[in-house]
Design a protein around this ligand. Structure first.
Ligand code: TXE
Length: 494
């Protein structure tokens, strides 16, 4: 098992259709770049319409076979995939770090293990899939069957490419569907390795396929008449385009979109715990995470002490080479994204907010080639400042002060987003009052960020449609059929 490193280059990557690598017919390629060095890792073939058509025909064949596979077999296959991923944790983690910039300290402990846990969860669910029975009358009963949708497509964002692929494939496959997955063009590599593992685990050809490409390939999937469902992860504008493209063929759509989540710290909170949450809730994965708690509201009595405590903790964070196990904050995914984040930092610096720490390019010579930005904190922010309202998707924390519970709830909910939120207080009743009042798909009380596969995750308002993980997701990958059976003759009506 050869581990990649910061200098690894790879041969041109292809598509994975019908259980094997195949060449795209489009003749077009794109490059995936190492964010820590901005050197090319490899070329990747772009899937065109003929390639997507081929994937759909194959996935349809795969679906007809797989949907007739007993759930216990589906369960065993997913369990085999999970155990292979655990065995090859380092190989996948190193590749994910190379492609996504997220440090080994995260990918070796979080990404691959989390993907395995999702597969294990749905493997356990497989044999519990069932419908309902209704006793309507002595001579009349009904059953409601839960049936798969058919060929499903997954479109991924670039930050957690393996995790997002598995979050979509595991529930889809466990319900008897087949899947065509398109990873983001900025991190296309681990989805291909995942496809190899599915084949190695005995998944029949055509049940999990990977096509590569940018938004054009994504649009081909959203529009294809042979695809019954699109599960999309990405930013809101793109999600709305997917929905529009999916409408003419009336596809089922799940959208996991962006956020600008509030983290509320009351004066009676466990101070250190709240501080830990603010830091990990903003700077894990260098803030390139949808559910980051980037609007930190701190009750006035502890505001100054809280802000004073943040600075030294951020200064001590180790920003550097993602392949160094000591690194806590790696580079951002691309030069363009780094410029976008630096633009917001410039905006914040020019505003009336107070700059606390960070938000600049590091000085060390060995980091000059990478898309590095040191974690930034601004305090004394106003709710209407653009960098406080927009999703930055980078290491930028905004801190605001508040006085009253109703005031902070109004302000926390004053956003188009509704993905997540956090509340820190030792008052049990207030914790639940606030959690219930926050407009979000997930709220953490006295914690931030953990999301076991058994819990549904997703946004309200402009943060998404539908859920991933948990049992709720099974409704997104199945449809019901009511069979109403009569045991006596039909009476004459006309
Ligand atoms: O998204 P983009 P990115 C969000 C995060 C941020 C965004 C960053 O909040 O807003 O994702 O990811 C494909 N038709 N989440 O920049 O640009 C594109 O090729 C069909 C939320 O990747 O929207 C890529 O594969 N597809 C999430 C994918 O869409 C199209 C967790 C996403 O690209 C397309 C992680 C089109 N017209 C990030 N245009 C959550 N809520 O869980 C592009 N694509």
């Amino acid at each position: 098992m050869k581990l990649v490193n910061a200098h690894t280059t790879l041969p041109t990557q292809r598509l994975y259709i019908d259980g094997e690598y195949v060449d795209a017919t489009s003749g077009e390629t794109f490059q995936t770049i190492n964010p820590a060095t901005n050197r090319v890792i490899c070329d990747v073939q772009q899937a065109g319409d003929e390639d997507v058509d081929r994937a759909v025909i194959t996935a349809r064949k795969g679906f007809l076979h797989w949907s007739r596979t007993p759930p216990v077999e589906r369960s065993r296959t997913l369990m085999r995939v999970a155990s292979i991923l655990r065995e090859r944790n380092l190989e996948f983690a190193y590749l994910e770090t190379l492609d996504t910039d997220r440090p080994l300290s995260e990918t070796t402990t979080d990404d691959v293990i989390y993907a395995s846990r999702i597969l294990e969860y749905y493997a356990g669910v497989a044999q519990t899939l069932r419908g309902d029975h209704y006793d309507l009358a002595p001579d009349n009963f009904a059953i409601v069957r839960r049936e798969p949708l058919g060929v499903c497509a997954g479109i991924g964002a670039w930050n957690y490419s393996l995790g997002i692929a598995v979050m979509k494939a595991a529930p889809a496959l466990v319900c008897g569907n087949s899947m065509i997955f398109k990873p983001a063009e900025l991190s296309p590599l681990t989805a291909l390795k995942l496809a190899e593992v599915f084949t190695e685990a005995g998944l029949p050809p055509g049940v999990f396929n990977v096509v590569q490409g940018d938004g054009r390939t994504g649009q081909l999937l959203s529009r294809h008449p042979g695809i019954s469902k699109i599960s999309f992860t990405g930013e809101g504008g793109t999600g709305r385009k997917v929905m529009v493209d999916a409408a003419p063929t009336l596809k089922h759509v799940t959208l996991e979109l962006g956020g600008k989540s509030p983290l509320i710290v009351f004066a009676d909170a466990d101070f250190d715990s709240a501080m830990n949450a603010a830091l990990v809730g903003n700077f894990f994965s260098a803030g390139e995470l949808c559910c980051t708690g980037t609007r930190v509201f701190v009750e006035r009595p502890i505001y100054d002490r809280f802000v004073a405590g943040l600075g030294p903790r951020v200064t001590a964070m180790r920003v550097g080479d993602p392949f160094d196990m000591e690194t806590q904050v790696g580079p951002l995914i691309s030069k363009a994204h780094m410029e976008k984040v630096l633009g917001y930092i410039e905006m914040a610096s020019a505003s009336a907010a107070t700059h606390v720490v960070g938000g600049r390019r590091p000085d060390s010579p060995e980091l000059q080639d990478g898309n590095y930005v040191t974690p930034a904190i601004f305090c004394d922010c106003a709710d209407d400042m653009q960098f406080v309202r927009d999703e930055i998707f980078g290491p930028v924390m905004s801190v605001m002060v508040f006085d009253e519970e109703n005031e902070v709830l109004r302000r926390a909910n004053d956003t188009v987003y509704g993905l997540a939120g956090g509340v820190f207080t030792s008052d049990f009743a207030r914790a639940h009052r606030v959690a219930i009042a926050l407009e979000a798909g997930t709220v953490w009380i006295n914690g931030y960020g953990s999301g076991p596969p058994s819990l549904p995750f997703g946004g309200v308002k402009q943060s998404g449609l539908g859920r991933e993980n948990g049992l709720a997701t099974l409704d997104a990958y199945t449809q019901t059929k009511t069979i109403n059976a009569s045991m006596s003759a039909m009476e004459r009506y006309y």
